[in-house]
Design a binder for this molecule. Structure first.
Ligand code: KG4
Ligand code: ZN
Length: 341
């Protein structure tokens, strides 16, 4: 089964071709145009998707050595995301589905992050604990089977990635903040500033990152101007902040793992690219945990994760009757939150 998948929910224009669950190509165009605004501008994102989508699709097909006629299934992110941006990928995918008379599969972006951990041979086995940490969401869940997810906790305020982005902005480092904080942190001392780490309470799996963000703001404001520009001081703040956020995530995951007696853990979403997070969780493998974190090209938004989710939806018969063309209008109404997760 050859799958052509699209991701256009935010500022990545992406297309991928898969042969079942194997990635044949994975093309991502990151819209760096937004960087100068310090965040994603929705209208610009939509226009950039319009400009780039066909080029990205052609490249995905040619890298996979496939022709559009070889495609058996087409898939696109349907929600959550920026409404204008979603509509471009969705309608492009639906048009291909209609013109080739092949099924169209709508994919929830958060589920796509979760199933990005199924790429390759080291797939999680059920049940597993899933931590999704992206720019828009922080979700801890227990996954009992394909598309049987029980949400244990979400963020009460900022998502983990959002906290990285906001702190980078406070420190004047630029956008997107996560990779920059990660880079600065490698030169910093993580013990230099004590930012609060959320306390663990039994059965309480929600997250909150706005407290850490405010502490960074207060600390930074207390510095004199020369210190604010000192790279070593900035690196120390980044390392200390990064440690607090990742430790909060780590503690909750370990707590859930103990409570449900599950040592299979899958971590996905943009923040799972973070080097401190990867080291911290991968070390657990020494104590019998199975840790699944996608390789670096699959943490941040991409279309391969949309393709693999579509593959698992298809083979598990999820929503199958909706693939019929007469139902295309009804499928994939973009939604603004993670109600379908
Ligand atoms: O999953 P993603 O690409 O988009 C959403 O679905 O939101 O995640 C983007 C987020 C951004 O907030 C970005 O700063 C963060 O992931 N991120 C990182 C790293 N790379 C990306 N955060 C921490 N460390 C990184 N290395
Ligand atoms: Zn994402």
């Amino acid at each position: 089964m050859i799958i052509l998948a699209f991701e256009t929910s935010c500022d990545e224009t992406a297309a991928a071709v898969l042969d079942d669950d194997k990635i044949l190509s994975n093309i991502i165009y990151t819209q760096s145009f937004h960087n100068k605004f310090g965040g994603v501008v929705p209208e610009i994102a939509s226009r950039e998707h319009l400009k780039r989508l066909i080029l990205v699709t052609e490249k995905a097909l040619s890298d996979a050595n496939k022709n559009i006629k070889d495609i058996n299934i087409v898939a696109a992110t349907s929600s959550p995301g920026l409404i204008g941006a979603l509509l471009i990928g969705l309608n492009f995918a639906k048009s291909i589905s209609l013109s080739l008379n092949i099924p169209f599969i709508a994919v929830n972006h958060i589920q796509a992050h979760l199933y990005s951990t199924f790429v390759g041979n080291n797939k999680p086995t059920f049940p597993f604990i899933s931590l999704i940490v992206s720019g828009g969401h922080t979700i801890l869940s227990k996954v009992d089977n394909f598309f049987v997810h029980k949400i244990l906790g979400t963020t009460l305020d900022d998502a983990a990635g959002e906290a990285f982005d906001k702190v980078a902005k406070i420190l004047g480092l630029g956008y997107p903040g996560g990779p920059l904080i990660d880079k600065y942190a490698t030169l910093g001392n993580e013990e230099s500033v004590k930012f609060p780490i959320a306390k663990i309470k039994k059965g309480e799996y929600n997250f909150s990152f706005s407290g850490i963000k405010t502490s960074v703001l207060r600390y930074y404001q207390s510095l004199d101007d020369s210190k604010k520009k000192n790279n070593q001081i900035l690196s120390d703040i980044c390392a200390s902040f990064q440690k607090s956020v990742i430790e909060a995530l780590y503690n909750k995951v370990k707590f859930a793992s103990k409570e449900f007696n599950i040592k299979n853990i899958a971590i996905s979403g943009g923040v799972s690219a973070n080097s401190y997070l990867r080291n911290r969780f991968l070390k657990l493998q020494k104590s019998g945990y199975k840790i699944h974190i996608p390789e670096l090209t699959l943490n941040t938004d991409n279309a391969a994760m949309v393709g693999i989710t579509a593959y698992y939806k298809y083979i598990n018969d999820i929503d199958k009757k909706k693939y019929l063309h007469e139902k295309l209008l009804e499928t994939a109404k973009p939604k603004l939150d993670y109600e379908n997760f």
